[in-house]
Ligand binder design. Sequence first.
Ligand SMILES: *[C@@H]1O[C@H](CO)[C@@H](O)[C@H](O)[C@H]1NC(C)=O
Ligand SMILES: *[C@@H]1O[C@H](CO)[C@@H](O)[C@H](O)[C@H]1NC(C)=O
Ligand SMILES: *[C@@H]1O[C@H](CO)[C@@H](O)[C@H](O)[C@H]1NC(C)=O
Ligand SMILES: *[C@@H]1O[C@H](CO)[C@@H](O)[C@H](O)[C@H]1NC(C)=O
Ligand SMILES: *[C@@H]1O[C@H](CO)[C@@H](O)[C@H](O)[C@H]1NC(C)=O
Length: 503
Amino acid sequence: MDAVSSFFRRGSRYSPLPTNALAEQPEGETRYRRRRRVKLAAGVLILVVVGYLATASLRSETRECDTPEQGFQCNNAVSHSWGQYSPYFTVPSVIDASVPEGCELTFAQILSRHGARAPTINRAAEYDALVRRIHHAVTKYGPGYEFLRAYNYTLGADDLTPMGEQQMVNSGVKFYHRYRSLASKTAPFVRAGDQGRVVNSARNWTRGFHEALVRDGTSPSPKPSFPYAILAIPETPETNNTLHHGLCTAFESGPYSAVGSAAQAVFRAVFAPPITARLNANLGDANLGDTDAIALMDLCPFTTVALTPPAGKLPPFCALFTPDEWHSYDYYQSLGKWYGFGRGNPLGPTQGVGFVNELLARLTGEPVRDATCSNATLNGDAATFPLGRALYADFSHDNDMMAVLAALGVYAAAGMPDNTTRRGPAESAGFAASWAVPFAARVYVEKMRCRGVDEEMVRVLVNDRVVGLPGCGVDVWGRCALGRFVESMAFARGNGRWDWCFA
Ligand SMILES: *[C@@H]1O[C@H](CO)[C@@H](O)[C@H](O)[C@H]1NC(C)=O
Ligand SMILES: *[C@@H]1O[C@H](CO)[C@@H](O)[C@H](O)[C@H]1NC(C)=O
Ligand SMILES: *[C@@H]1O[C@H](CO)[C@@H](O)[C@H](O)[C@H]1NC(C)=O
Ligand SMILES: *[C@@H]1O[C@H](CO)[C@@H](O)[C@H](O)[C@H]1NC(C)=O
Ligand SMILES: *[C@@H]1O[C@H](CO)[C@@H](O)[C@H](O)[C@H]1NC(C)=O
């Protein structure tokens, strides 16, 4: 069942879409609509209505823990501690995230991770091999572990799951509503890294945005027609792409390429051994190591996000581990992101500089000044880098977003995470892989004009949490004046440490 339709049909806040609302969408014809058309053609409209009513309550029950507004709230005692494999959820904000009184939004940029996906192809092969090894070696499965006997790896690789697609539709709906004052008047300019799951995420997001627009009944001018144009920028290593790293040799394959895994190895030796011992006690003769134990933990989020509809009940992998162990897992993933792509890596923030320089151009309406990974040909052309738009949407990956957050100075107050002692996100200036770059993560950069203030104000939200930036005089709303914000981006404006890349 198409979950967008079910979302829009559920509850009182959103009434059903008019049946022709998506008629202009050549590729927007969903399974649900296709199926329904056949039924209509057969003249059994009544049956459809009855069938819909019969399943509506079931659907609203299974979907209510994954909503556009709040994200994934199913079993959040553990599902919010799955590092970058957590499905997006609204992160608690210390600062009120609503648009302050007397202010009018003038600009919004979303930088989004793709939605939930299957494991990447290399990891998929590892999980498959691990499960086969367990089957081969284990004769006796302990209580709670029996399901493994019949479990085969069937998650595929690399692509969005149906839940991941739905997350992106939901994100488009949410963005439309948050930025309605702009979104009802103008369509976003959209770019994506040219990889299947990223481009499809962009498509699904635009679909949610467009459906919200159509339902809103306003008539922007010009009226966007679906599908929206998406500028896909190649992710090959030789391409200048601010949405995907790959050019910086010292970072990709040199001395800075292993900092994240080194940090993780230290913490793995701290938290994993008791887990490994328990698994071995219940999976006699499997002879698992600590990395195997973590791979079995990975299968909890991955089997969860593969479920349709999203899980009110978690798959059996999840029950093999305690909530405390999930907190350690989250910290382990956080170390990998922080030291791999964030401020813990001397060249992490530099990978995000190209995007920040583009953002400054968009915020100020001035041409891009960057000598890192941006593409001057694309950015010099109004068709591929228009200035003066109110809405921009970019789609990328967790690692690239970590680098952009680092270049912006988000989490500067967190200090360097300890490799042996776990700390929660609330004690780390809001940083955890799960809080920063979950599946369908989104960073909003918004600009507003406020009564009685001459200059426009800028602020940044990460998964709905307002993050105060360092060095630009943030106010109680987490905002900085545009001029001070631009000045504070000295690291990006100086091209970060791009010269180290080829030293
Ligand atoms: C798992 O794979 C094995 C070997 O290929 C097969 O015999 C078994 O039926 C599969 N189990 C399930 C539940 O599909
Ligand atoms: C997401 O986008 C893909 C590619 O355009 C499409 O096949 C799929 O149906 C979309 N999913 C949803 C839920 O809209
Ligand atoms: C820059 O973009 C242009 C236009 O898409 C493309 O032809 C060129 O290969 C790109 N250059 C680099 C270095 O990525
Ligand atoms: C954690 O490990 C990384 C990688 O070895 C190292 O660069 C970093 O300094 C360590 N962090 C602390 C706080 O010691
Ligand atoms: C691509 O980036 C390099 C810097 O790494 C720069 O020298 C080159 O001019 C860029 N190419 C384009 C087309 O912008």
